[in-house]
Design a protein around this ligand. Structure first.
Ligand SMILES: Cc1ncc(COP(=O)(O)O)c(C=O)c1O
Length: 368
């Protein structure tokens, strides 16, 4: 038996991305420069059109910028899934606002529209959804609630590069969409992010706020009025990151196809195993297949069995209301309560092959 260790994640930096990053080090622009504009243009053309794209330093920056641009402020409520990376929700605090946790759906682990309907009220300033593991949330239904209450829908697509909702790329649909290019994402720039905007009038403001509140283009062209009118941050992307992102974009179809192949191998290999439910996707919700998540009985036993066979598995994210900073456990998320002890993430990354997935499925099939 092949006992080589199979890790959950491994960063994928294409050879060309290494070369381009190296070249940037010999130029005048190692911080934000022309490559960032180029990366934004490529993202716009290939992913987010007609929504504008603004490159930033991380997915967390993109989310915070979205909350600022959405007008989220002191005392506001923001409805957001209880189950996600904490980075979805901590920037709500940066704005002095309150995350209000909505339940998730056990079949997708994405925000439950029915729970959102129960929580929305006149204090709600925005609805946040997460495309968990790369699987798009129910965007139409969420948008309908957002429209009814005249509030924006903010989509955390940090895991969903190239995912599609009803045939359209995520990033081209919601009022705001945040992507992450952190180390282990489908596209990595070491760290980096992209915010896409439905309202193109917000583009200039977004670009000012990501760079100290200064109009950088005007400054470079020597026509800046030398005044700062709003609080800015240092949220820009560097040209080194953008150069890496541009190269990763060139092979995005192949990268996604590889993740898809592994995901389908899991779907096939886990079919019919008692005690295992595979979180899949469908034609309307086409996942980027960044994560493979299963619901499993006696999770700790399976984790142990996998570890004994050199296979890493983990929960990756936890319900956010378990963290003190979020104010304590809520009692209105029964689906989260139900799956809390059951969900488990299995390895998917660029360097795995279908044979590895078959090995993992065989271990699971042998029982735990
Ligand atoms: C769902 C989700 N939201 C937000 C983030 C934050 O992105 P970053 O690490 O680029 O700040 C991540 C990834 O880390 C994520 O997976």
């Amino acid at each position: 038996m092949n006992n080589e260790k199979i890790v959950l994640f491994y960063p994928h930096v294409p050879e060309a991305a290494r070369e381009e990053a190296r070249k940037i080090l010999d130029t005048r622009w190692i911080g934000q420069g022309p490559k960032v504009d180029e990366f934004e243009n490529v993202w716009f053309d290939q992913i987010s059109h007609p929504n504008k794209a603004v490159a930033v330093g991380s997915g967390t920056d993109a989310l915070h910028l979205a909350y600022i641009l959405a007008g989220v402020g002191k005392g506001d409520e923001v409805i957001t899934p209880v189950f996600t990376c904490t980075a979805t929700n901590t920037p709500i605090f940066y704005q002095g606002a309150k995350p209000v946790f909505a339940d998730i759906k056990p079949e997708s682990l994405n925000i439950d529209v029915k729970s959102v309907e129960k929580l929305v009220n006149e204090r709600t300033k925005a609805i946040v959804c997460v495309d968990y593991g790369g699987l798009p949330a129910d965007l139409d239904e969420l948008q309908a609630i957002a429209d009814k209450w005249h509030i924006p829908l903010i989509e955390d697509a940090c895991q969903a590069h190239g995912a599609m909702y009803k045939g359209r790329y995520v990033g081209s649909i919601s009022d705001f969409t945040a992507f992450s290019f952190q180390a282990i994402k489908i596209i990595t720039t070491c760290d980096g992010g992209m915010l896409t905007l439905k309202n193109s009038e917000l583009e200039d403001k977004a670009k000012r706020i990501r760079w100290f509140g200064i109009d950088r283009q005007a400054k470079i062209a020597d026509r800046w009025k030398n005044d700062i009118i709003e609080v800015g941050y240092k949220y820009q992307m560097t040209d080194i990151s953008a150069a890496m992102g541009l190269e990763a974009m060139k092979i995005l179809p192949q990268t996604l196809a590889h993740h898809r192949e592994l995901f389908e191998a899991y779907r096939e290999g886990l079919r019919g195993i008692p005690g295992i439910t595979f979180i899949g996707d469908d034609d309307d919700h086409r996942s980027s297949c960044w994560l493979c998540t299963v619901l499993v009985e006696r999770r700790e036993d399976l984790k142990k069995k996998l570890a004994e066979n050199g296979i890493e598995s983990n929960q990756v994210h936890y319900r956010n209301d378990m963290y003190t900073v979020f104010g304590g456990r809520v009692s209105h998320c029964p689906n989260m309560d139900k799956i809390e002890s059951k969900y488990l993430v299995l390895p998917i990354h660029y360097f795995l092959q279908v044979e590895d997935i078959k090995r993992i499925c065989a271990v699971i099939k042998s029982g735990w």
